[in-house]
Design a protein around this ligand. Structure first.
Ligand code: ZN
Ligand code: ZN
Length: 135
């Protein structure tokens, strides 16, 4: 388990995340597309305690997730970069945006989730699940 550092676009927010392995989970859900403006997001689910905010102010946007439970999206109060989400349905875990970590280019895709909403012209780069992997 290695500690990774991340910074928002404006540089006011800095954080560290301990990852279980060096991988990204691609999320193709429609909310990720809306919030990022991109085709998918890069993530990993980690225990809350693995995330430390070193500096900066976080704001919080709350919306209803796939299960209907609230999801808190935390973002830099200045530039809106969002380092992690808390899906209350996951309890003491955060969904961290691995694509915002300083060494994101070294991480490899390990799975694709919400494949049902994936853009048809994207190639498959890892095992794809319709929604979430069976738990
Ligand atoms: Zn910022
Ligand atoms: Zn998503």
């Amino acid at each position: 388990m290695a500690t990774h550092t991340g910074k928002c676009d404006c540089g006011q927010l800095e954080w560290t995340v301990k990852l279980e392995d060096e991988s990204h989970v691609l999320c193709h859900c429609d909310t990720c597309k809306k919030l990022s403006g991109g085709a998918f997001t890069l993530n990993q689910i980690v225990p809350k305690d693995n995330v430390k905010v070193l500096k900066g102010d976080l704001k919080n946007y709350t919306y209803a997730g796939e299960s209907g439970n609230p999801v808190h999206c935390y973002y830099c109060a200045n530039c809106t970069t969002s380092p992690f989400h808390h899906q209350t349905v996951l309890g003491d875990k955060y969904v961290v945006r691995t694509g915002l970590l300083d060494n994101y280019k070294e991480l490899k895709p390990s799975a694709e989730i919400f494949g049902k909403a994936k853009l048809s012209w994207l190639p498959e780069v890892a095992t794809t699940f319709e929604t979430l992997p069976p738990s």
